[in-house]
Design a protein around this ligand. Structure first.
Ligand SMILES: NC(=O)c1ccc[n+]([C@@H]2O[C@H](COP(=O)([O-])OP(=O)(O)OC[C@H]3O[C@@H](n4cnc5c(N)ncnc54)[C@H](O)[C@@H]3O)[C@@H](O)[C@H]2O)c1
Length: 432
């Protein structure tokens, strides 16, 4: 199999920024290797030119050259780059297919042409900030796209369907709450997370109604090289590379857990080889930091000690989950474990973006607090402010608006009673 943009294919050259940086780039992948499965031969990876998808594509192509053929199926949206897999050009077990998961024709053609037996479904609109202003695109790509893929997979009698979801489907989790297990309530709070939860419902429905052999994976935030700089870590690195201030949403006290992309690739490798059909697996990182702590770590990487002078506080998102916290012990029991510390991963990530500054072409428009992408307006600053004020007012009068997720009935009862949470207290603290 081969990769390449055929002359006259109509592919936009911006997805193929030809800076030749990719020729110098290290071949980044995960570390695990399992005994290949005899039931798996041809794997279709949707969203394979995006961030995590491309890590998994590179990992599987390079780790299982004799065992598996990998087809990266991607519509090449603004956040993707063929540079992410271009180093695989010429590998006999790799193929790129330009296609859209919302098109039954594209999907069926790919499934049939390459005799696909396994699907790993990453393709999605993945940027929460965009989902506030452009939510129909999230429903279309994430929910309807998944539906098309499921229906097509059912038609060809797919052997395994690994659906990539997110920890965001659980909604926010209080400081003092237990980490959420896989059977916890789904309570998404933004259109992105809601579309991912809705997609999960379709997957579960196809598993039950048609015995589609599906596995669901819900991961913490993933970071590392190859991520489009709309997401916080590469965006902040790129701002610092341009000597610009870090734009922090709200008071910066929201926290996230971050997992190195190589560890995420290992997690999907583990799920592919050891995961049990019908099950859900959380992928959890040990590294949780607030946005302000993240700023301090990155400023430190750039040798900047003046933390305060380098941060600009902006309006918050219309709703910004305080934190996510999933329990990943079920996947760990299959043998997966986080390998890389956040400190080391961050160091490698900063180094990569500094080494390959032209990877994405012109990214100036995505480095603002609420960027615009190709005229698809993000939530405007005013809209964010207005909606943010409404949410705060709701929190004040109700004391309950931010409370969304829990492992069981006790927590739901608390929600009904509107009990004050540690999270709310913390959010209400005045800024230093
Ligand atoms: N990045 C994270 O921290 C994170 C965490 C948990 C879960 N996830 C999930 O992992 C998956 C991948 O995330 P990512 O960060 O790599 O995203 P990304 O935005 O970097 O990549 C998404 C890819 O999907 C492609 N795509 C989008 N719509 C498509 C369509 N209709 N047809 C074909 N291709 C399409 C894009 O072109 C892009 O290459 C998503 O499903 C996301 O919800 C991401």
């Amino acid at each position: 199999m081969s990769i390449g943009i055929p002359v006259g294919s109509g592919l936009d050259s911006r997805f193929f920024v030809d800076s030749h940086e990719w020729e110098q780039a290290p071949l980044l992948r995960g570390t695990t290797r399992y005994e290949p499965l005899s039931s798996v031969r041809n794997i279709m990876i949707t969203g394979g030119e995006g961030f995590i998808g491309s890590w998994v594509v590179r990992h599987l192509v390079l780790t299982y050259p004799e065992a598996y053929n990998i087809v990266s199926f991607d519509k090449l949206d603004y956040c993707s780059s063929l540079n992410n897999t271009r180093m695989l050009d010429g590998k006999g077990n790799f193929k790129f297919v330009h296609g859209d998961v919302t098109s039954p024709e594209d999907v069926m053609r790919c499934l049939r042409t390459y005799n696909i037996d396994t699907v790993i479904h990453f393709a999605a609109q993945s940027h929460v900030d965009l989902s506030f202003g452009n939510s129909y695109a999230f429903t279309r790509n994430n929910v309807y796209g998944t539906h098309v893929l499921l229906e097509s997979a059912k038609e060809v009698g797919i052997g395994r369907f690994i659906h990539v979801s997110t920890d965001e489907v659980y909604g926010e989790v209080d400081d003092d709450a237990e980490d959420l297990l896989e059977h916890s309530l789904l309570a998404p709070t933004n259109p992105y997370a809601a579309s991912k939860a809705a997609a999960e419902m379709m997957v579960t429905a196809y598993s039950k109604s048609f015995q589609l052999p599906a596995i669901l994976v819900r991961s913490n935030n993933v970071y590392g090289p190859h991520q489009y700089p709309e997401k916080v870590i590469p965006k902040f690195i790129n701002l610092l590379m341009r000597n610009q201030k870090l734009t922090v949403h709200g008071n910066g006290k929201h926290s996230r857990r971050y997992l190195w992309a190589g560890d995420a690739a290992d997690a999907f490798d583990t799920v592919l080889h050891k995961g049990v059909v019908g099950h859900v697996y959380n992928v959890s990182s040990q590294d949780e930091v607030t946005n302000l702590e993240l700023c301090a770590k990155l400023l430190n990487q750039f040798g900047i000690s003046d933390t305060k002078g380098r941060i600009e506080y902006t309006n918050d998102r219309p709703f910004n989950d305080y934190r996510y916290a999933v329990n990943g012990s079920k996947l760990q029991a299959l043998g997966w474990k986080q390998q890389l510390s956040f400190e080391e991963g961050l160091r490698r990530t900063v180094e990569w973006y500094r080494d390959f500054p032209e990877w994405w072409g012109d990214i100036s428009s995505v480095l603002t607090a609420f960027p615009e992408v190709e005229g698809q307006a993000m939530v405007s600053t005013n809209q964010a402010k207005h909606t943010g004020a409404l949410i705060e007012a709701l929190r004040e009068t109700n004391g309950n608006a931010g409370k969304q997720a829990d492992v069981g009935a006790e927590r739901v009862k608390q929600m009904a009673n509107g009990e004050t949470t540690a999270k709310k207290r913390k959010l209400d603290e005045t800024e230093e």
